[in-house]
Ligand binder design. Sequence first.
Ligand code: 5GP
Ligand code: SF4
Ligand code: MG
Length: 465
Amino acid sequence: MTYHSFPREECGVFGVYGHEDAAKLTYFGLYALQHRGQESAGIVASDGSTVTEYKAMGLVNDVFNEERLTQLRGHIAIGHVRYSTTGSSVIQNAQPFRVCHAGGSISVAHNGNLINANKIRKALEDKGSIFQTTMDSEIVVHLIAKSRAKGIEDGIRHTMSIVRGAYSIVLATEDTLIGFRDPYGLRPLCIGRLNDAYILSSETCALDLIQADYIRDVAPGEVVIIDKNGLRGFEAVKSKRRANCIFEFIYFARPDSNIFGRNVYAFRKALGKALSKEVSLDADFIMPFPDSGNYAAIGFSQASSIPFEFAIIRNHYVGRTFIQPSQSMRDFGVRVKLNPVRELIRGKRVVIVEDSIVRGTTSRTRIKAIRDAGAKEITMLVSCPPIKHPCYYGIDFSTKGELIASKKSIDEIRQFLGLDGLHYLSISSMIEASNMTENDFCLACFNGNYPMNIENYKGKFSFER
Ligand code: 5GP
Ligand code: SF4
Ligand code: MG
């Protein structure tokens, strides 16, 4: 039985230039980004001429050990943690993805999802390209390698003019580290500095771990090139508007990270505060489902003066899989990971603050556990609006059928979840809480307005033909 049956996280990327322990720093960086992908991990390193790589299925700590890291020599390294959003879950699809071609070696680690990958791949195959994987990221490498004749910068510029979708990519050649980001800035990517070394990372929490200083984000549409001459950046494609994925703030990113210019913890607390302005409740206490619900719940409690309790306790040692309980042990799964504190809950009017509802299946079993613990009344407040539309930009709720709010009304969802009350934060309050504007964000899974036309790409995205 696996307890990761939700829609999945996407990917984390990391890169180092100019440090003798580049691979080891990358290992630590990936460790901090583990929440962004638990399926496979990989590192490619270079000493300026020789390139070495290692990748495997599993968590960062299982994939790498001292010996493997020592073999990844050099002052340049890039790394990737993956949860598949395109392509299937096999080792060939683990990243970084590397090709050797006439011009040398190119490795990429990609976070995001390209929406026109099928079309480009078909066109490349018609011209004789042979693909090794089912990943959209491989297309990027092919395109860059093909047009590298005029230099890597030109190759990337050309590639960025062709691919559509979400990408925050770190790339390594034998002697250069490069980072680039789609013109909408859908996924985060930042630049850090550790003494003389430069760092690229999906999130700042990884900079903190290796004690690097945050410098700035890679701008939407920008390419940054880091080599022996230092760092330089240029705008490769014009960014007409930003469309930062708001779900990074709501759920994906780590609360100790700053992304898109804002701290994630503070943002989530503000969402909780915004909820308290939309509802007025009489309740004994408010509680989160840890950990993802904690921050909005704290924000709600502080703003509403309803006390906060950790009324359900998490077992931190639950692994990804373990022996299947027998049929008679119903709801076993939820209780392994989270166990309600009966003494607190019995006879009480409880408010649960939850970060998001995707399919509703997890919430339903957790709510049942609170009911079984004797709660008198259960209300759930969700710190984002109903998720009604699929995401084509790298977050794996890609088919509408999975999304409870695309099929059911709020009251039907309330009934399905076994609640006495249910309230979702409105889009306008969410935007107000952000201190940013509606045009800064992608809100497509909430309002159906995709920042780039997805008409041609609808349906479950796949290379499997
Ligand atoms: P549901 O009730 O929709 O089955 O699950 C909702 C719960 O899943 C929430 O607690 C939320 O924090 C979590 N969640 C939302 N999106 C994702 C995701 O992409 N991956 C994982 N692992 N959990 C998610
Ligand atoms: Fe993020 Fe939703 Fe846009 Fe996907 S559709 S990028 S999850 S805001
Ligand atoms: Mg959660």
